[in-house]
Write a protein that binds this ligand. Structure first.
Ligand code: HEC
Ligand code: HEC
Length: 211
């Protein structure tokens, strides 16, 4: 291990190792990018600058996620990112790896990380929907008043996340998790998605991912 290897990555290897191996982070022997190559990283406190290469090993060095279940966080709204990190820390949003990563960070650390990722450009994944998805999805979305909160173009604002162009495979996972309450940090989203079938969630995810 080189000096630039984040200490937390080492710690993580010892804990949810099965998860990391399963997702390939460790198994493929990928080396996180050197911190100095990441723009803006010098404005972060030293211990956070050490963490960022690990974050981007999953969430993507240029914002394009490396794993099907890792969301885009670059260019997401600062308020929303902060709330998610806070919820992973207080355990109201559960995910083995994310809970572990933020557990020893202060609120100020979480704010700094949120501001850092929010300033990076949102990547374009150029995902395709299937023929006819738009008609069905727009009907489903208007029944659920999705745009009332997620706003025009599904671009979100403040503590409401941008959905447009988010990784489709992640949108499926997280909407199903809201529905089953495995993701239990927003009761309104859970009760709303409870009214949709898994197939309807898939259509919504493909439509939103392709925007
Ligand atoms: C080993 C891979 C991995 C690492 C390392 C990692 N993440 Fe994550 N992150 C994920 C996955 C997978 C999810 C989705 C978890 C879920 O479904 O709740 C996630 C979720 C998130 C979310 C929620 C986004 C949303 O749209 O709701 C944020 C914010 C986040 N991570 C930030 C970070 C930050 C900041 C770091 C570094 C300090 C980091 N992550 C490190 C894999 C990772
Ligand atoms: C009453 C306002 C409201 C409505 C209506 C609403 N949402 Fe949400 N949605 C939110 C908020 C707030 C969050 C962030 C929850 C959190 O902090 O975890 C969210 C989160 C999400 C997420 C998670 C994004 C991520 O990055 O993890 C998805 C996906 C989503 N909403 C889809 C939808 C869809 C599809 C509809 C319509 C069927 C919808 N929402 C309707 C307020 C709303």
């Amino acid at each position: 291990m080189t000096r630039s290897t984040p200490r937390l990555l080492l710690a993580l290897c010892a804990v949810p190792i099965a998860w990391l191996v399963a997702t390939g982070v460790h198994a493929e022997g990928e080396r996180p990018p050197a911190p100095s190559t990441i723009p803006g990283i010098d404005q972060l406190a030293g211990h956070l600058a050490e963490l960022v290469p690990m974050c981007v090993a999953c969430h993507g060095e240029n914002g394009v996620p490396n794993y099907a279940e890792s969301p885009i966080i670059d260019g997401q709204h600062e308020g929303y990112i902060y709330i998610q990190l806070r919820d992973y820390k207080n355990g109201s949003r559960k995910h083995e790896v994310m809970n572990e990563i933020v557990k020893d960070l202060s609120r100020q650390d979480l704010r700094e990380l949120a501001a850092f990722f929010a300033k990076r450009p949102w990547p374009r994944l150029q995902q395709q929907a299937e023929e006819g998805d738009d008609v069905v999805a727009e009907r489903l979305a208007s029944a659920g008043m999705c745009k009332e909160c997620h706003l025009g173009g599904y671009l979100g604002d403040g503590t409401v996340p941008r959905l447009a162009g988010q990784l489709t495979s992640y949108l499926v996972v997280t909407m199903r998790a809201f529905k089953t309450k495995e993701r239990a940090n927003n009761a309104a989203m859970s009760s709303l998605l409870d009214t949709y079938t898994d197939e309807e969630i898939d259509v919504l995810a493909r439509y939103l991912g392709a925007l």
